[in-house]
Design a protein around this ligand. Structure first.
Ligand SMILES: *[C@@H]1O[C@H](CO)[C@@H](O)[C@H](O)[C@H]1NC(C)=O
Ligand SMILES: *[C@@H]1O[C@H](CO)[C@@H](O)[C@H](O)[C@H]1NC(C)=O
Ligand SMILES: *[C@@H]1O[C@H](CO)[C@@H](O)[C@H](O)[C@H]1NC(C)=O
Ligand SMILES: *[C@@H]1O[C@H](CO)[C@@H](O)[C@H](O)[C@H]1NC(C)=O
Ligand SMILES: *[C@@H]1O[C@H](CO)[C@@H](O)[C@H](O)[C@H]1NC(C)=O
Length: 326
């Protein structure tokens, strides 16, 4: 125990060394180099884009830039900066292949440089895809520091040269909307939070034994298994969530957990239960079970969820229900 504590303190000491070097970036980019110069960031810092960026991508980047600016200005910022101080006026973004669609394995690499010379002084982002550029904007936002006393935005330890690419193509976070219904607004908040940490897959564990909250148009009684009418997602809610994620570089991985964890399915379609006294797992001797699963996956889900993968659960199947009934 004492040894474990000592090791823990040793790690904490290492941690504070890193903080003392003023690298407060999370997650830590692949390569970082920096200097010692303090810059200021102009209140209405602009964004410019180079290359044949399509209008959709332009809109994605403009929105992302505005969100980043809102975050670093905290609505309190003033423009009281001297002409003599070094002021960053613009972020210039170059996207090499703007037509790429978000999916598993898309190039998320970027380069970000914040120089201390140049007139005007501007930061430079270079990325293969718009999704790498989104990560670069997050990193840029993390370099900015809002001083509540002076009400100026500082960017310390310039010049910065950052080269980054994710170590893992799949960086997920799971939400469970079956045990506890989450309103669409809250799910969008989770997606926003994921972008700060550069996570890129929202694993949406939609249904479970307790509730079936999503609309399946081809089997309209499935969401009879929801907790209530107001604790449901329509197909257009799901489309809304997927689009919201796409604009932020977050894929949505849909999960329906089968054949266990599926009691809620039988509320609307009792023949999915092996028997009335044994309501879980799904009745795999019944063709209807497979028709329903097929209807969900190749029918309704395929129109909404564009990610390369779906998740079929597969955990904790209590097979005694099958052996006692047949
Ligand atoms: C403005 O200029 C004064 C005098 O040169 C200097 O002391 C002060 O730090 C400057 N303020 C900023 C925000 O650059
Ligand atoms: C980042 O810069 C390096 C070195 O100049 C270059 O090889 C690489 O292609 C750049 N990456 C991106 C995403 O532009
Ligand atoms: C399912 O819900 C509908 C109303 O949405 C209702 O008419 C129907 O009786 C319900 N079916 C079952 C099996 O609960
Ligand atoms: C179940 O489906 C299979 C494949 O479509 C079919 O061959 C079989 O006859 C069906 N069984 C019943 C009982 O409907
Ligand atoms: C498995 O299902 C049987 C029959 O429904 C039940 O008696 C038993 O408690 C279940 N086992 C577990 C581990 O849940």
């Amino acid at each position: 125990m004492a040894l474990a504590l000592r090791i823990l303190f040793a790690f904490m000491a290492i941690g504070s060394c890193i903080a003392a070097d003023n690298i407060d970036l999370w997650p830590m980019p692949m390569l970082v180099s920096h200097g010692t110069q303090k810059l200021y960031v102009k209140k209405d810092i602009a964004m410019s884009m180079v290359g044949s960026v399509y209008s959709d991508e332009k809109a994605i980047l403009k929105d992302a830039f505005q969100r980043m600016v809102n975050l670093i200005t905290m609505n309190h910022v003033i423009d009281g900066i001297n002409r003599t101080s070094l002021v960053l006026t613009c972020v210039n973004i170059v996207v090499h292949s703007p037509e790429d669609e978000l999916n598993f394995g898309v190039d998320e690499s970027y380069n970000l440089t914040v120089p201390t010379t140049g007139d005007p002084l501007y930061a430079q982002i270079e990325a293969q895809t718009v999704f790498g550029a989104l990560h670069a904007l997050q990193t840029f936002g993390q370099l900015c520091y809002f001083d509540f006393t002076s009400r100026l935005i500082e960017l310390n330890s310039a010049p910065w040269i950052i080269t980054d690419a994710p170590r893992f193509p799949y960086r997920g976070l799971l939400i469970d909307t079956a045990r506890h219904y989450l309103p669409v607004r809250i799910i969008k908040g989770v997606i926003d939070a994921m972008t700060y940490s550069k996570l890129n897959v929202l694993h949406w564990h939609i249904v479970d034994e307790q509730s079936f909250p999503i609309e399946i148009p081809s089997y309209p009684k499935l969401w009879n298994g929801s907790y209530s009418y107001s604790e449901r997602y329509t197909m257009s809610d799901a489309i809304d969530i997927v689009r919201y994620g796409e604009k932020r570089g977050v894929n949505v991985l849909a999960e329906i957990d089968v054949p266990g964890h599926a009691r809620s399915w039988g509320v609307g379609y009792p023949s999915l239960w092996p028997s009335d006294s044994c309501r879980e797992p799904l009745d795999i001797s019944n063709n209807f079970t497979f028709e329903v699963i097929d209807g969900i996956l190749s029918g309704d889900f395929s129109k909404v969820f564009k990610f390369k993968f779906v998740h079929l659960g597969g955990d904790e199947v209590n097979t005694s229900c099958w052996t006692t009934n047949y």
